[in-house]
Design a protein around this ligand. Structure first.
Ligand code: A3P
Length: 329
């Protein structure tokens, strides 16, 4: 349990202006000499944006839909995280390698750019990321104490959370398109139509799969399937490091219901909702009930004041940015 003591609720360290977990900060320098191979595939995301989801989709593609092969080891071994010491990337890993990273672009080893490695970037709307990240901070003990939701949200907006600013992350990686081959995906699009997005990935990879195989991948990578798959749901990580009793990695509607108007504006962050699902309420409001892996979960957590404050700040940080995020489907 030495590892647990080493990482337990340690403060973040600052590496070239990016706040990082201490053990990740220590890896930034050594991985700068990492040798990427031209046929590597890098999945890049800000945390809580659907990394594990796309990793599973990619594994299914690379393993020709063979479930046995995809269940040979947990996600973090099958698709290792570049900046993690354990299990770490090995030169023994046979090509073509799938690699994940949460690093800000400025901290990425140069070799990925020199080798023009293909990158799949997955972005998710900032409000759902903030809510998901807060729950993750609570259960993943390698993070500092998250404090109250209000405090955490401020830190998130200020980029003072692990891996730094969401705003910078989604924008800077987007600018990579052109110098290297980048496919920019959105969590919300995957949620809306996974089959369409898988086809986009296949085209990007220059691969083709039968209709049946694509359907098979769609089925295996549903929230329901992944939640019960021990090789995808992180239940292989000791409870001392990730306590899924506090919040499951694949959360399941753990947030409270809220109320939303027809236009999707938050009307009140009610902490209890007496109406059945789909009911229309007085004043044109309808209750929202989070379903697993949803878009728009933030509405049940943000107060009206937090939402207004966030929107004003967002408008400034994203001014001039062409990326369009969807807050709900
Ligand atoms: P929530 O916490 O909102 O549920 P990451 O892998 O980047 O850490 O992202 C984790 C988020 O992706 C979690 O969001 C998790 O539930 C969601 N997720 C993982 N697999 C998913 C799937 N198959 N469908 C929808 N969401 C998924």
């Amino acid at each position: 349990m030495e590892l647990v003591q080493d990482i337990y609720r340690q403060p973040l360290v600052n590496v070239k202006g990016v706040p990082l977990l201490k053990y990740i900060g220590e890896m930034v320098e050594p991985i700068q000499s990492f040798q990427a191979w031209p046929d590597d595939l890098l999945i890049s995301t800000y945390p809580k944006s659907g990394t594990t989801w796309v990793a599973e989709i990619m594994e299914m593609i690379y393993q020709d839909g063979n479930l046995e092969k995809c269940q040979r080891a947990p996600t973090y071994e099958r698709v290792p995280i570049l900046e993690l010491k354990w299990p770490g990337l090995s030169t023994e890993t046979p090509a073509p390698r799938l690699i994940r990273t949460h690093l800000q672009l400025a901290l990425l080893p140069q070799s990925f750019l020199d080798q023009k490695v293909k990158v799949i970037y997955v972005a998710r709307n900032a409000k759902d990321v903030a809510v998901s990240y807060y729950n993750f901070y609570k259960m993943a003990k390698g993070h500092p104490e998250p404090g109250t939701w209000d405090n955490f949200l401020e830190k998130f907006m200020d980029g003072q959370v692990s891996f730094g600013s969401w705003y910078q992350h989604v924008q800077k990686w987007g600018e990579l398109d052109g110098p290297i081959n980048l496919l920019y995906l959105f969590y919300e699009d995957l949620k809306e139509n996974r089959k369409r997005e898988i086809r986009k990935i296949l085209e990007f990879l220059g691969r083709s799969l039968s209709e049946e195989m694509v359907d098979h991948i769609v089925q295996h990578t549903s929230f329901k399937e992944m939640k019960k798959n021990p090789m995808a749901n992180y239940t292989t990580i000791p409870i001392e490091i990730m306590d899924q009793n506090i919040s499951p990695f694949m959360r399941k509607g753990v947030c409270w219901p809220g109320w939303v108007s027809g236009e999707g504006r938050v009307e009140a962050a009610a902490r209890a909702c007496p109406e059945p699902l789909g009911a229309t309420c007085v004043g044109g409001l309808r209750p929202i009930f989070p379903s697993p892996g949803i878009v728009g979960d933030w509405k049940s957590v943000f107060t009206v004041a937090q939402n207004e404050h966030f929107d004003a700040h967002y408008a400034k940080k994203m001014a001039g940015c062409k990326l369009k995020f969807r807050w709900q489907l």
